[in-house]
Design a binder for this molecule. Structure first.
Ligand code: C2E
Ligand code: MG
Ligand code: MG
Ligand code: MG
Length: 278
């Protein structure tokens, strides 16, 4: 092994590079085609007020119906698109499509007052200099009030550059857009940002909800998050609620908005519309 010639190593290395370059080229072509042929689609998961049982919002989640590979989940393709620098374009599509769909529901009077669409924003998309303007121009195109929009960001994109994050968020906050911090408690960041950024909602990560009933530590963590959120006057949403027992525990702890399979998995727009009229 130690005697491997330098030449062989170079060849192996070049093979790998060629492979990676090919994969990247393929991904770029696939993504371009996906945008052109509408292979991406959105599913919507209701957010429920457990007191009133009303649907108070929806989270838009992207899917990719790939011609050869079937429906691929975002956990699989977003990291690849992000690495290839393609998430800006795809994120723009997500913004447009979710705002278009919400405007449609709103115009049909299907949603309650205060309904919000939650849209996940990728780090790359958020870092783009024209992001705030882009959001403004899309809501203008669909004549949707900014108050109906909630952007979900993650802790990891905040620590990258808090000054830029804050200024971009403030621009959007000034026109009425809300912000959630997604997957709260998994980001390993210090909590200083909570007082520097215009936030409205903390989404308690589903890992804490999953272990809520059999792990004292998860109970303690959720309790702490809820207490802190209350003091900071932030709303809390529990993610990934699957059982009635979890919901009861959350209610007891004072968290009244949730998302999860217990109520409904993410569903396509037509089905969501049915849920709204049920
Ligand atoms: P997320 O934003 O934290 O979304 C919640 C995820 O939990 C979704 O997975 C949803 O389907 C899943 N989920 C909902 N209820 C339950 C439940 O009761 N149990 C369990 N086990 N899971 C539940 P999904 O749709 O696969 O999305 C995964 C992640 O991909 C999202 O996590 C988000 O970070 C990202 N993502 C999805 N759509 C988009 C998008 O349009 N743009 C960006 N930038 N990221 C997106
Ligand atoms: Mg989310
Ligand atoms: Mg989440
Ligand atoms: Mg998540």
């Amino acid at each position: 092994k130690a005697k491997d010639s330098g030449r062989n190593k170079v060849i192996v290395f070049e093979d790998k590079m060629a492979d990676a370059a090919n994969r990247l080229r393929q991904l770029k072509a696939d993504c371009k085609q996906a945008l052109a042929e509408e292979q991406f689609f959105l599913v919507f998961q209701p957010q429920i007020n457990s007191e009133t049982k009303q649907i108070i919002g929806a989270e838009a989640l992207i899917r990719w119906r790939h011609p050869e590979r079937g429906v691929i989940s975002p956990g699989e393709f977003i990291p690849l698109l992000e690495e290839a620098g393609l998430m800006t374009k795809v994120g723009q599509w997500v913004l447009k499509k979710s705002i278009e769909t919400t405007a449609d529901w709103h115009n049909q009077n299907l949603v309650h007052d205060g309904f919000k669409i939650s849209i996940n924003v990728s780090p790359q998309q958020f870092r783009q200099s024209g992001f705030a303007d882009e959001v403004q121009s899309i809501i203008h195109d669909y004549s949707l009030e900014a108050q109906l929009i909630n952007l979900e960001i993650t802790e990891s994109m905040i620590i990258d550059d808090i000054a830029h994050t804050a200024s971009s968020m403030n621009d959007l906050r000034n026109i009425g857009i809300n912000f959630s911090i997604d997957d709260f408690g998994t980001g390993y960041s210090n909590l200083n940002y909570l007082k520097q950024l215009p936030l409205d909602v903390i989404k308690v990560d589903q890992s804490f909800i999953r272990d809520l009933l059999n792990d004292q530590n998860s109970i303690a963590i959720v309790h702490t998050i809820l207490t802190m959120a209350k003091q900071l006057k932030l709303t809390t949403i529990a993610e990934g609620v699957e059982t009635n027992e979890q919901l009861l525990e959350l209610k007891k702890m004072g968290c009244h908005v949730y998302q999860g399979y217990l109520y409904s998995p993410p569903v396509e727009a037509e089905r969501f519309q049915q849920l709204l009229t049920d």
